[in-house]
Design a protein around this ligand. Structure first.
Ligand code: ANZ
Ligand code: ZN
Length: 766
């Protein structure tokens, strides 16, 4: 045909992502491809990603990065023959969504309804294999009735209590915060400097579980940095509390982890001038002395800024000879320094003489769960003037959150519900007299502390006595792989472990670790900085899906770095991925008519194919998606070259096999493209996502070997057998040749020149 420029067959179709992706998403939904048989699955695999806060209008690319990472693994396991359950939902109650609602001056109810819809659309368009028939929304009454149920269980087990304490208070969010929500002295949500207030608050006794939480860390397979963070947060220190008599006849108690250094104590220090984060140590002599029980020496008592009031006893014994901080302080104020070797026998002596007692101190404090806010699950407790605190009877749950329009927090120490008599004026469940309902609500981290227990039982006939179906729970839990951000190390991940342990001890669950395997993904950045609205560098995944399709975006997100790194998002990278997909597509479009692989190409491809299967399999298992994709790219390059070189005959079995394998390897990363070529081009039965993952044959893995001749002054002195990759590098070959004994003895003289012909010969000229 005249004027036709392209050499490609006329039949070639253009790849239009929006058509292909929309089509398969519909079919997957209709076929319920991602909804496993919850009651009957034989090989259950619970693949969980931390559910998002709907705290903006839509998802950002960081969500897309993390959720894609989780989805790739789920798809891989499905192709391993597992019944994969991959649920999704919304952590929609609490300060995150509420702060957003306050900011845009809309009711949280309306905001959450709108944003969760949009999140769902976006997540569907990414093509993730979620079971959309079982979702949870923590702000809906059929969920939070069970959050309230959990509170009642804590109360009945003696693990919930209300007490007055000096607690963290965010002046901007106008509520108290848990210790875990204060990061470097700032509010986790709004970054305001957090102050202290004396307030009466509800706590969960997580400290009862400090040792269990520590021990469990040895039994679970978690990202290292998260295990370390939990260990440090729990902060177990074994030591002693030692009593010192003062000259004016009082007793002071110190906490020390080094009673063996009591023989070198020279002063005591209090926390009177404590300042968080102070750099320079400052102190003032109180005028008072304590007596060293060991030697009757007089020890000056100093009021200082470097002893924390809420750790240990808030008083320390100063041992400059063995403690750097004490040394710094002693030097500054010219205090005595006694140099004595530590004495291990003092541990025993101190106890024997009655000066002190062994004491284990923890950094972990009880979990503060009440919030003076509107958007949360009401705490199901009633304060009766006659009977004291009474739990709401289980049958009366949920305590519905009143729909009000004055939901803005006032910062009075009480939440907005405290302005509503119709909410708090109730009868005591015990004596039926007038009583007052608690008007604080629960922190969002209570909602998320148990959601993974709920998912499999959503829409399973419930007996209304438990938040889950016990049989279903036995089949699916604990979670097989939990995937999420490391920023939740000591928040959600600690709380969820605690709650699971409590429910286990109360005989509701037969396991006590919810997430035996947890993988912490990295944080995506843009232009070198964390994505945030204020920086104006938030990437909306929709823009890219519309332009290049979900598969290109998924491939790109998985390719930009190892999953636990902090990859930088770049537009040009996605364009590159889009072009790569075009190359893959053309490979299949050429499939029926182009020449194929006989002779050299056939062997080369077979080896490469098995190598690629091995590499991709191992890399996915280790979350190295980037190098898995790189291996697939190499394989595609080779296939493209062979196809171009027009060797062999049409439609050989090997060729088809090599293209089938390519589709299977691509399926976790580019699920739409893979399904399209699998079904429409290769004519394989639907669906590629339930087909078996390819296996490699280790006999075919050997790389091509090449022989290199080694010459000295042009004379043959040896040869090297190396793989073809190595045979191209002069540096590598020279090094190997010099190490060869047969050659090295000829190289005593000065080598003037080295001539290297890649893949063939190396010649040393003396
Ligand atoms: C004497 C001593 C000698 C100490 C020595 C250490 C080394 P961890 O491991 O973090 O628990 N300490 C006790 N209470 C403190 C407080 N409220 N604020 C600041 N420091 C405090 O640390 C326990 C050690 O930290 C204790 O043991 C005490 O100093 C100090 F060679 O006592 B030590
Ligand atoms: Zn705040």
């Amino acid at each position: 045909m005249k004027g036709k420029k392209s050499k490609e067959p006329i039949s070639i179709k253009k790849y239009i992502p929006s058509e292909v992706e929309g089509k398969w998403q519909k079919i997957w939904k209709k076929e319920r491809l991602y909804s496993p048989d919850i009651r009957g699955a034989k090989k259950p695999f619970y693949n969980l990603w931390m559910f998002p806060y709907p705290s903006a209008e839509g998802l950002h690319a960081g969500h897309a990065f993390a959720s894609t990472g989780s989805d790739i693994y789920g798809r891989f396991m499905r192709m391993q023959g597992k019944d994969v359950f991959q649920p999704i939902g919304y952590d929609s109650f609490g300060i995150h969504s509420e702060n957003y609602a306050l900011k845009i001056k809309q009711k949280p109810q309306e905001v959450v309804e709108r944003t969760t819809k949009h999140y769902e659309e976006q997540m569907r368009s990414l093509g993730h294999g979620y079971d959309w028939t079982r979702t949870v929304t923590t702000s809906s009454p059929d969920y939070y009735r069970w959050t309230q149920w959990l509170f009642l269980k804590m109360w009945k087990a003696g693990l919930a209590y209300k007490k007055k304490a000096s607690v963290n208070f965010c002046p901007s969010c106008k509520t108290v915060l848990a210790d875990e929500q204060v990061i470097d002295g700032k509010c986790e949500r709004c970054q305001s400097i957090v102050g202290k207030k004396e307030l009466e608050q509800w706590f969960f006794k997580i400290t009862n579980y400090a040792d269990r939480l520590l021990e469990g860390l040895d039994r679970i397979d978690w990202s290292k940095r998260v295990v370390i963070a939990q260990r440090n947060w729990i902060g177990k220190s074994e030591g002693m509390k030692i009593k010192f008599r003062t000259e004016d006849g009082k007793n002071l108690e110190v906490f020390t982890t080094r009673p063996d250094t009591l023989n070198a104590v020279t002063f005591l220090a209090t926390s009177k001038f404590y300042e968080e984060g102070s750099k320079e140590k400052i102190g003032k002599f109180s005028g008072n002395y304590a007596i060293d029980p060991l030697s009757d020496r007089k020890l000056p008592i100093w009021d200082t800024n470097y002893v924390a009031p809420d750790y240990g006893t808030g008083i320390i014994m100063g041992v400059p000879a063995h403690d750097e901080r004490d040394m710094e302080f002693a030097k500054k104020y010219h205090l005595d320094i006694v140099k004595k070797e530590p004495d291990e026998t003092l541990w025993e002596k101190i106890e024997r003489e009655g000066w002190g007692k062994k004491h284990t101190n923890y950094h972990l404090h009880d979990w503060l769960v009440s919030r003076q806010r509107y958007w949360g699950a009401p705490i199901p407790m009633i304060d009766c003037p006659k009977c004291g605190w009474q739990p709401v009877p289980e049958g009366d749950l949920p305590v519905l959150l009143l729909n009000i329009s004055d939901y803005v927090p006032e910062g009075t120490g009480k939440g907005p519900l405290a302005n509503h008599e119709e909410f708090y004026k109730v009868k005591c469940p015990n004596c039926k007299g007038e009583a007052i309902r608690e008007t604080d609500v629960m922190d969002t981290f209570v909602d998320s502390s148990w959601y993974y227990l709920r998912y499999p039982s959503v829409n399973v006939n419930s007996n209304f006595e438990l938040p889950w179906n016990p049989e279903v729970t036995r089949r699916w839990l604990p979670v097989d792989l939990y995937f999420g951000g490391a920023e939740h190390s000591v928040l959600h991940l600690m709380y969820a472990r605690f709650v699971t342990m409590v429910l286990h001890d109360l005989k509701y669950l037969d396991f006590d670790e919810p997430f035996p395997k947890f993988y912490a993904h990295g944080l995506m950045i843009k232009d070198g900085a964390k994505m945030s609205k204020s920086r104006g560098n938030v990437v909306n995944p929709e823009d890219y899906i519309n332009k290049f399709g979900a598969d290109a975006l998924r491939l790109y997100l998985a390719f930009i770095g190892p999953m636990d790194a902090s990859p930088d998002f770049r537009d040009t990278g996605i364009e590159g991925m889009y072009r790569f997909m075009g190359r893959v597509w053309r490979l299949y479009q050429n499939h029926p008519t182009t020449p194929t692989l006989r002779g050299v190409g056939e062997n080369q491809i077979l080896t490469k194919m098995h190598q690629t299967i091995k590499k991709v399999t191992e890399d996915i298992q280790a979350f190295r998606y980037n190098t898995a994709i790189a291996a697939i790219m190499e394989y595609v390059n080779l296939l493209t070259e062979i196809v171009k070189s027009e060797k062999g005959v049409t439609g050989s079995a090997e060729k088809v096999k090599s293209l089938e394998t390519l589709a299977l390897l691509l399926a976790p990363f580019a699920p739409h493209l893979a399904e399209e070529v699998w079904v429409e081009v290769l004519g394989q039965p639907f669906s590629i996502h339930t087909s078996s993952w390819p296996k490699y044959d280790s006999n075919i893995l050997q790389v091509d070997q090449v022989e290199i001749i080694i010459q000295v002054n042009g004379k043959l002195r040896g040869q090297l057998v190396v793989d073809s990759e190595q045979s191209k590098s002069g540096q590598v070959i020279e090094k190997l040749a010099r190490q060869d004994e047969r050659v090295s003895k000829w190289l005593e003289g000065k080598v003037k020149n080295v001539i290297f012909v890649p893949g063939k010969v190396i010649n040393f000229v003396l």
